[in-house]
Design a protein around this ligand. Structure first.
Ligand code: SER
Length: 332
C-alpha cells in the first residue's frame, strides 16, 4: 500500500475472470471499494463486481476505449489480467496471440502515456516447455513453450523487462501455477480440472478427468495467489530484482492425489480418466517449481498445502452454494 494512499485509484482489467474476480474483491477490501475500478469485456456474472464498486465494460483491444478509461480514472496501479488460457488459445491461435499480445501492448503504452505508477501482469508455468527440467524447475532455464498461450507469456515477460529498462515502467509479474479457488471458475486452461473436480464432488456427481491420474502439475490455492500478488505489488521497487516474471510455487499434485484428498471428506466420490488434447500440454509443463528467488527477494511463503486447500474448498462450496457451478449428471 506504500504508493497508493487513500483516494488513489486502481484499475483491474479482466476483473470478471477467475483471478480478477477475487483480486478485485481483495483490493476493494484493502483500498476502499470506490477506489478499485473493475473492467471486463463482459458484464459481470456475479453482480457483486459491479454493485460493490465502479465497473466499466472494456475490451482491452480497444485502444481508444482503454485510453478513455485511463484518462477518466487516472489509476496509480493497473492489474492487466485479460487473456485466453492455454487450451482455448490452442483452438483459436491467432485470436489468442492478438488478445494476449496486443492487449499487453495497449496496457503498457497507456501506462507510459498516463504515467501509471505500477503495472501487474500475470505470467504462467506455460512459459516452460518439453526441454525444460520438469522437477523443481529453476527461474532461469531452457524455455521452449509449445502452446500459443505459453509463447505469448514468454514474449510478454521479455516485453515487460524491455518497458522497465526503456521506459522506467514499474512492471511486476508472477509465473502462476494452476490456480484453484471456490468463488470463480477458470475457463479454457489445462489446470482447470483441479477446480472442476471439487464442484463435482460437492454436487455428489462423478468426475471424468481430462488428464491422466499420475500427471503432476504445480498448483496454488487462491488465497496464496492473492497474497503473492499483493506482496509483490506492495514490495519496495528495489526488492524487485526480476522484471521478466518470478517463478512461484506452493504445491504439486496429481489427479489421483487430489481425488484421494477429496475422498477423505466424501468417501464415495468417483473419478474416471479420459485424457484429451490437454494431456499433451500438461506433459510439457513443469511438475514442480523452484521459487527461491521470490522467497529471497520479497519474502514469499505459501500457506496452503493440498489437505488444507481441500478442506477449505469443500467447506466453502458446501456452505456458499451461490458459488457452486450449476452441473447436471450429464455434465463432464
Ligand atoms: N492455468 C493456466 C492454464 O491451464 C496456466 O497458466 O492455461
Amino acid at each position: 500500500m506504500s504508493t497508493t494512499g487513500t483516494g488513489d485509484t486502481i484499475l483491474v482489467i479482466g476483473a470478471g475472470g477467475q483471478l480478477g474476480f477475487e483480486l478485485t474483491h481483495e483490493l476493494r477490501q484493502l483500498y476502499g471499494a470506490s477506489n478499485v475500478v473493475a473492467a471486463d469485456v463482459r458484464l459481470p456474472k456475479h453482480p457483486e463486481l459491479a454493485d460493490a464498486g465502479p465497473f466499466v465494460q472494456l475490451d482491452v483491444l480497444d485502444k481508444a476505449g482503454l485510453g478513455a478509461v485511463m484518462q477518466r480514472y487516472k489509476p496509480k496501479q493497473v492489474y492487466h489480467l485479460a487473456a485466453l488460457l492455454s487450451a482455448t488459445a490452442e483452438k483459436n491461435p491467432k485470436f489468442g496471440w492478438e488478445l494476449n499480445m496486443d492487449g499487453l501492448f495497449n496496457v503498457l503504452d497507456a501506462a507510459v502515456e498516463h504515467g501509471t505508477g505500477r503495472i501487474y501482469w500475470p505470467s504462467s508455468i506455460a512459459v516452460f516447455g518439453p526441454n525444460t527440467p520438469r522437477d523443481n524447475t529453476p527461474q532461469y532455464t531452457v524455455m521452449d513453450p509449445g502452446t500459443i498461450y505459453g509463447i505469448s507469456k514468454q514474449a510478454g515477460e521479455l516485453w515487460l523487462d524491455w518497458y522497465y529498462r526503456k521506459h522506467g515502467l514499474d512492471v511486476r509479474s508472477l509465473r502462476y501455477p494452476g490456480l484453484i479457488g471456490y468463488k470463480s471458475l477458470p475457463g479454457g486452461g489445462t489446470t482447470d480440472y483441479a477446480v472442476d473436480i471439487y464442484h463435482h464432488a460437492v454436487h455428489g456427481l462423478p468426475y471424468q478427468c481430462f488428464l491422466q491420474e499420475d500427471t503432476y502439475l504445480p498448483m496454488m490455492y487462491m488465497p496464496d495467489a492473492l497474497k503473492a500478488t499483493l506482496d509483490l505489488m506492495h514490495a519496495p521497487a528495489e526488492q524487485i530484482k526480476i522484471r521478466t516474471s518470478y517463478n512461484l510455487g506452493a504445491m504439486s499434485f496429481s489427479p489421483r492425489e487430489i481425488t484421494q484428498s477429496i475422498q477423505q471428506h466424501i468417501p464415495d466420490f468417483e473419478v474416471t480418466y479420459q485424457p484429451d488434447s490437454r494431456q499433451q500440454i500438461a506433459d510439457s509443463w513443469p511438475k514442480s517449481i523452484d521459487d527461491s528467488r521470490a522467497r529471497q527477494d520479497w519474502g514469499w511463503t505459501p500457506q496452503f498445502d493440498l489437505g488444507a486447500m481441500t478442506a477449505d474448498m469443500l467447506k466453502h462450496l458446501q456452505e456458499e452454494p451461490q458459488y457452486l457451478a450449476p452441473l447436471t449428471a450429464e455434465a463432464k
